[in-house]
Ligand binder design. Structure first.
Ligand code: GAL
Length: 412
């Protein structure tokens, strides 16, 4: 008996050390407190399976810097095992033949049945799975400081006019009304929400279909007017600020609201704040019923045979329903699978899951332009340039509309 136990122990020790040699290198931009906490759930999961994790963080929300580093790595012939990636960037890399074929695992694990069509559009290229989606974020949210709202008797605004009235009150009371970081992707996140507040049809025509009439319309001019109005509510130091530092202003009772995707919730939770008690989450006024989304996916690069098994374990771990619940509860996003129960999620998470399902069913789910799910990078960046210049007062609204039409035309 003793001998048998010893033999089993030796066997499992050697199995473990063989497995411990497996490793993955993962490039990502999850460097804020909340993001790092969520990523840790994945690291721990893999380490539990004997796969070690080499971290390749490239700070910068929205992932632009990460994509620059990635290009250098691939050009040098040394791609990481997996890379956090958004929407059309996945399609770009897949079209260059850089991504692995995950069809065997996808078929064995039944991914086709549980991942919504809107995500599969990016997870697959030419009929092959090339990326594993870890979440769905929605971007048309407001994160509000409950103490400030209560102190000033502000009810949750549901229209643009109510939002303006609320922000005026917050500003008059001496707080920063809107916590914002002046970086192109953050400016564009607000712009997305404003465009959506003129209706899903308008959002789709303008930012997904790139209809020149919608881009050049009077409604678009009104959208730029709203953007300029929001600019009057930010503090003097907004320029270049990281998004998580803007979240911290709301968390620390210095600012009233932040317009940001639900990764902001990860920061509130990481700071020990509770939804409904310390902060409120609601849809950008006028966008109720619609959702703009982005999905973080891990694109799996073509790697040597030696790394293949670890890569497959990573893909399977990402798609595991129990993991998707645990990870997204911390990250602020919702699962990328439709079969994960909402039981472990807080009220904002439950609302996120419900809103997403309803928007998808009613045809009001749209890819976020700001987050690479409406247009490829060249067009997205052309729109960013105009939006950021307009936000900083370089163009008035009429000029911004003209610039938008010509920038999009040139980038197409
Ligand atoms: C988004 C990404 C989110 C979050 C955010 C800020 O692009 O989808 O997961 O990380 O950037 O870093």
């Amino acid at each position: 008996m003793r001998k048998l136990l010893l033999a089993t122990a030796l066997l499992s020790a050697s199995a473990l050390s063989a497995a411990a040699q497996e490793s993955v290198e993962v490039l990502h931009w999850w460097t804020s407190g909340g993001e790092a906490a969520a990523l840790n759930v994945l690291k721990k999961d893999l380490e539990g399976q004997g796969v070690s994790w080499t971290d390749m963080p490239v700070a910068g929300g929205g992932g632009e810097q990460a994509m620059t580093v990635l290009r250098a790595r691939v050009t040098a012939g040394n791609p990481p095992t997996a890379v956090q990636m958004l929407g059309f960037d996945i399609t770009d890399w897949a079209s260059q033949g850089a991504l692995a074929d995950l069809n065997d695992i996808a078929a064995a694990e039944g991914w086709d049945k549980v991942v919504p069509e809107a995500l599969q559009k990016f997870s697959k290229y030419d009929g092959k799975w090339v990326a594993a989606p870890v979440n769905v974020h929605s971007t048309n949210w407001v994160w509000a400081n409950k103490k400030i709202f209560d102190e000033l008797g502000i009810a949750q605004p549901t229209s643009w006019d109510e939002l303006v009235a609320a922000l005026d009150k917050i500003k008059a009371a001496g707080y920063t009304a809107v916590a914002h970081g002046g970086q192109p992707w953050q400016d564009a996140t607000i712009f997305d929400a404003i465009v959506l507040s003129f209706g899903g049809d308008f959002y789709k025509k303008a930012l997904i279909d790139l209809d020149p009439e919608a881009l050049g319309s009077d409604t678009m001019k009104q959208a730029f007017d709203r953007l300029a109005k929001i600019r009057t509510y930010v503090d003097d130091n907004f320029s270049g600020r990281d998004w998580n530092l803007a979240s911290a202003m709301v968390i620390q009772d210095k600012a009233g609201v932040q317009f940001m995707g639900d990764w902001a919730k990860g920061e509130f939770l990481n700071a020990g704040k509770k939804p409904g008690q310390d902060f409120l989450c609601f849809r950008f006024p006028g966008t109720q019923g619609s959702v703009t989304f982005n999905s973080d996916q891990f694109a799996l690069f073509k790697v040597g045979e030696a790394q293949r098994s670890a890569q497959e374990k990573l893909a399977k771990a990402i798609m595991n329903p129990t993991f998707q619940s645990a990870f997204n509860v911390v990250k602020g996003s919702v699962p990328a699978r439709t079969d994960v129960p909402d039981t472990a999620f807080d009220d904002c998470g439950k609302k996120g899951i419900k809103d997403l399902a309803e928007a998808s069913a009613s045809g009001h789910l749209y890819g976020s332009m700001a987050h690479g799910h409406a247009e490829p990078a060249a067009i997205k960046n052309a729109i960013y340039d105009v939006v950021t210049a307009a936000f900083n007062g370089q163009y008035d609204s009429a000029a911004a509309v003209k610039e938008l039409v010509s920038a999009v035309e040139a980038a197409k």
